[in-house]
Design a protein around this ligand. Structure first.
Ligand code: PEP
Ligand code: MG
Length: 883
């Protein structure tokens, strides 16, 4: 078998697309070599050898040694030196290189091939004894550590003591004699510690280093890193053996790292650092402060140390030229390592550079504009989830994070302010100019005004689709939910997290992207939506098939949704409108009325307000589709709980307060989520849905008159389980439409559809589609009812399920394709079998989740609908799904 691939001198046996076999580093060294770039010759021992090594009790294939020897001779011929040659020795570096980059996790040995004889030859060739012995002592320390397992402190102690007793302060104060003496002491120490002398045979050194690199694939660091980054152990690492070039051969030598574009801003200018007279590890070690590559960067940083551009103009120009070649060749921003040995530039590594979300966006868009990549490729390169970072304020990257608790990352962005424990106080303090964080055990629709007033929301109970999470996402406000380790005591006005007790007015910061709760005011950074953002969205819109709508009910949300590019409203939760200023009393009157006539009287008060709401929505959406869902939550959610609220309602309808109290108690439900809610309300109190339908039709007529664009409302019935439920309600709605048409002399167009959010509805979709003109998948309730896991109580145990690997992710965040997804797919197919072309959408929280959006594309939904702030993410994710 072929185990070894050589490169060098403008040729290579490998190529960039062989990274599985050669590892990332080896594949790119081969590629650079084939491109004719100056790469020190070398060879790569394949990842298959690593696999073989572990499968065979850490032994090598028989024919490996011959192939390595041959490759070494080949490299020696190319550089005109011999491995172990006493006059002109070939020295090599030995480095790991896996398929995926695992920075710093595995081992490296430099200057290999040095011994008591070759060090003299190196000194003579370089004309520099100090350099030769400095290299030798580095080699002994590195090799002894990596291969022989001796701790670094052995060598550090010797060096420290030597410097102290001889009155030296810096390494640079040491002469060649000093280093020679230190080498002697190092070797003695190795022999004392191991009972054997430091290996002098270069071949033994080489096999020792190769074994150490393969061995390091399974060291603890590497194992942990792989687990964190989902890198399979079976991949193995390759080993790269390469002729040494020296950046520490005096003042005309240097070593450095660079990015072809700025990795934090994405700006198209070379960015990097270097050190004169140094070896690679010195740059990373941070002992000396590196210098800027370009003159512009030096000036910008106000540094007095020369740039590479001014210090070594020819090498710099050559390097700059190579950066251009590599970027064009790889069509991506590159992360490079280079060394200059006595004025000659050598390339040691190239790979795609890691970058911030902001830089990723700018690089992708500018490369598309430069014609280096297609718009589709630019779309493919941006992680939709990373857009969150760009759309919300975040905690500054270098800020110290003093986390006192952790909950679910329910709505992205960071927020800070004084803690308050109830919505009214939040509103009051906000009015007085304070920034506040609303802290609740959980929130309910009654807290909406407080949520509006707060910078962010923290709850101790509730999952990713709990009220707090859904509403906060809708408002674009940061939220941490289900932080179960925090105890909130409303009576005392305290929250306790671990050992910390906080009171109303104490300041915290929440990070809705990580779920952290931090003490005090942590430095933040504001998002800036650049022109690149708009360009990327344009590319995405040109690529996607599915439409993107928003879940919105207030005019403000609807406007935000349009600004972010929503193409309609996919879910207007009408109950949210019931809590607006001045309405709740009328709503309570309606609920507490004990006869239909009383309800109708109260509904008559609500009608004009709802009509006004809908009219505004239709006007803002200007002809775009708007799906309005009829009342969904259990009525008791609207009931007065405080004594004063009860008194207010009693006074308003002239009823006896005791009677009212009894009625409130009557409405208590053990399991309201599965109780008297959704279309069941419409069945038992049809006048509520009739009022809402009338408000919708009248608003549509008024809005069409005003804007001149026709409005076709989509009326949606929630929580349908049977076709019969929908039949009954549809008849009622149609009757209202006919009545309105008669009164106004119009012929309004509308559609009546349903949410599919119960398993029975999904299974019976074929017959439901005989009545329903569209479906919208309510995957929040569908997940809840399919798993039988309460949306509001899941936070207490779901995290443990994920930690233990029982579930891959929280199914309320990312759609469970296997279970819930099968119901969605089935319903889509069955719905279409009855009504080909039936309009299908999704309006559960999954409509804003990239992985779930990809699933929606596979089953051919017409649109996804999500909170306004996630609309850009959904546009991008829908585009990627279509590619
Ligand atoms: C759903 O259940 O997915 C849905 C969108 O409705 P809600 O979250 O209002 O129950
Ligand atoms: Mg629902």
């Amino acid at each position: 078998a072929k185990w070894v691939y050589t490169f060098g001198d403008g040729k290579a046996e490998g190529a960039a697309d062989m990274r599985d076999l050669l590892g990332g580093k080896g594949a790119n060294l081969a590629e650079m070599s084939s491109l004719g770039l100056p790469v020190p010759p070398g060879f790569t021992i394949t990842t298959e050898v690593c696999t073989w090594y572990y499968a065979n009790g850490q032994a090598y294939p028989d024919d490996l040694k011959g192939q390595v020897d041959e490759a070494l001779s080949h490299v020696g011929r190319l550089v005109g030196r011999g491995f172990g040659d006493a006059d002109n020795p070939l020295l090599v570096s030995v480095r790991s290189g896996a398929r995926a980059s695992m920075p710093g996790m595995m081992d490296t040995v430099l200057n290999l091939g040095l011994n008591d004889v070759t060090v003299e030859a190196l000194a003579a060739r370089a004309g520099d004894r100090r350099f030769a012995y400095d290299s030798y002592r580095r080699f002994i320390q590195m090799y002894s550590n990596v291969v022989l397992g001796l701790d670094h402190h052995n060598f550090e102690d010797i060096l420290e003591i030597y410097k102290e007793t001889n009155g030296h302060e810096l390494d640079t104060d040491l002469s060649s004699q000093d280093w020679q003496e230190i080498v002697r002491q190092y070797k003695t120490r190795v022999e004392e510690e191991l009972g054997e002398p430091f290996p002098q045979d270069p071949s033994a050194q080489l096999w020792g280093a190769i074994g150490a690199v393969f061995g390091s694939w399974r060291n603890q660091r590497a194992n942990t890193y792989r687990r964190l980054h989902n890198i399979p152990e079976s991949w193995g690492t390759a080993v790269n053996v390469q002729a040494m070039v020296f950046g520490n051969m005096g003042e005309t030598s240097a070593t450095g790292v660079a990015f072809t574009r700025n990795p934090s801003t994405g700006e198209n200018s070379l960015y990097g650092e270097f050190l004169v007279n140094a070896q690679g590890e010195d740059v990373v070690a941070g002992i000396r402060t590196p210098q800027d590559l370009t003159e512009a960067a030096r000036v910008a940083a106000g540094s007095s140390k020369s740039s590479l551009e001014s210090l070594m103009p020819e090498s710099f120009a050559e390097f700059n030229r190579i950066c251009g070649i590599l970027e064009t060749h790889y069509r991506d921003m590159q992360d490079l390592e280079f060394t200059i040995e006595q004025g000659k530039l050598w390339m040691l590594q190239t790979r795609a550079g890691k970058r911030t979300a902001k830089a990723a966006l700018r690089v992708a868009v500018e490369m598309a504009e430069e014609g280096l990549v297609t718009p589709e490729e630019a779309v493919r390169r941006i992680d939709p989830a990373a857009l969150d970072q760009l759309l919300h304020p975040t905690i500054a990257p270098n800020a110290e994070r003093n986390a006192i608790a952790r909950g679910l990352p329910a709505s992205p962005g960071a927020a800070q302010g004084e803690i308050v424990f109830d919505a009214d106080t939040a509103e009051k303090m906000r009015a007085d100019g304070h920034a506040v964080i609303l802290v609740r055990v959980e929130t309910s629709p009654e807290d909406i005004h407080g949520m509006h007033a707060a910078e962010g929301i923290l709850t101790t109970r509730g999952g990713m689709t709990s009220h707090a999470a859904v509403v906060a996402r809708g408002m674009g406000k940061p939220c941490v939910s289900g932080a179960g380790m925090i105890r909130v005591d409303y009576a005392r006005g305290t929250m306790v997290a671990g050992g910390t007790t906080l009171r109303k007015g104490d300041v915290i910061t929440i990070d809705g992207a990580t779920g952290e709760v931090l003490l005090g005011k942590v430095p933040m950074q504001q998002p800036e939506l650049s022109g690149e953002f708009a360009s990327l969205m344009k590319f995405a819109d040109g690529t996607r098939r599915m439409k993107v709508r928003a879940n919105a009910e207030t005019p403000a949300d609807a406007r935000t949704a349009r600004e972010f590019g929503a193409e309609g409203i996919g879910l207007c939760r009408t109950e949210h409108m019931f809590f607006e200023e001045g309405r709740i009393v009328a709503v309570r009157e309606m609920i507490l009325a004990d006869a239909e006539s009383g309800r109708r009287a109260a509904l008559a008060k609500i009608l004009p307000m709802q009509r006004q709401d809908f009219r505004e929505l239709f006007e803002i959406m200007a002809g775009l589709p708007v799906t309005i869902r009829l009342l969904d939550p259990p009525l008791h959610e609207f009931l007065p709980h405080e004594e004063e609220d009860l008194a207010e309602v009693a006074a308003s309808i002239g009823a006896d307060i005791e009677k009212l109290r009894a009625r409130v108690q009557d409405m208590h439900e053990f399991n309201p989520m599965l109780g008297h809610r959704g279309c069941r309300l419409g069945i038992t109190y049809p006048e509520i849905y009739e009022m809402q339908a009338r408000a919708i039709f009248e608003a549509a007529i008024e809005a069409a008159d005003k804007t001149g664009s026709p409005v076709t409302p989509e009326i949606m019935v929630p929580l349908v389980a049977t076709r019969e439920e929908l039949d009954v309600l549809k008849q009622r709605i149609v009757a209202v439409a006919e009545a309105v048409n008669r009164e106004k002399g119009t012929a309004i167009e509308y559609q009546i559809g349903t949410m599919i959010e119960l398993p029975r509805a999904a299974l019976r979709a074929a017959e439901i589609a005989e009545t329903a003109e569209f479906f919208s998948f309510g995957t929040n309730d569908l997940t809840q009812t399919t798993f039988g896991i309460s949306r509001d109580d899941s936070a207490r145990f779901l995290a443990e399920y994920v930690e233990k690997g029982l579930l891959p992710v929280d199914p309320f965040v990312t759609l469970d394709r296997d279970g819930v997804g099968e119901l969605v797919r089935t319903a889509a197919e069955r719905g279409r079998s009855t009504r080909p072309g039936i309009k299908l959408g999704i309006c559960g929280e999954h409509g804003g989740d990239p992985d779930s959006i990809a699933f929606c594309e596979t089953i051919g939904l017409d649109y996804v609908s999500c909170s306004p702030y996630r609309v850009p993410i959904a546009r991008l994710a829908a585009a990627q799904a279509a590619l």
